[in-house]
Write a protein that binds this ligand. Sequence first.
Ligand code: MD3
Ligand code: FE
Length: 214
Amino acid sequence: MTEVRAAEEPSPLEVQPGALWYRGAIDRAGQEALLADIDRVLAEAPPFVPRMPRTGAPLSVRMSNCGPLGWISDAAGYRYQAFHPDTRRPWPAMPDRLLALWERFAGYGAPPEACLINLYGPEARMSLHQDRDEADFAAPVLSISLGATAIFRLGGETRRGPTRSVRLASGDIFVLGGASRLAFHGIDRILAGSSTLVADGGRINLTLRRVTAI
Ligand code: MD3
Ligand code: FE
């Protein structure tokens, strides 16, 4: 007997409680369309250099945002704000394609307020951290990977303790909610040139976030 597949999402891999990995969720044409959306955002809100609070030391990734709020980091600290730190202009609107992906994958009753765009060159990394600048931890964070594969590290709610390593490839979606919403995580390195999608073999990660409580 032939099974009829329901019209629903392919089941994700639950890497740990609350961490859902949808491998290959976005096909090549969809990735190209998203990249064109992001190029339009970056033309209006150019990549900025985030800096460590207090020391002002630069991070290795470049960043931008779209949506009503954007996450920034400078010598004064981490925060969400409604405007670009250099141009002082409001962030560009969230593209409809991103809103649609949030509706499909996030399972949350309110739209995302911020999309943080992380731009990785061949040497960029992101050290182990928690995402806790949002007022609402009931909402998941939705991550979309484009371009070069990243070696992603995911742990628990304490900095010490076991971690696992996951290769995030172009088109993968990760939904981090529930028991994983405050998990420590980071990017150990990217496999430069492992994808032809992004110019110069780089990687772009988009994280859609709810910032304020409903
Ligand atoms: C686990 N970005 O922007 S995405 C970040 O690939 C960030 O650029 C990484 O960590 C990147 O804050 C990782 C996967 C991810 C995103 C948010 C999370 C994992 C998460 C929030 C909570 C737990
Ligand atoms: Fe993070």
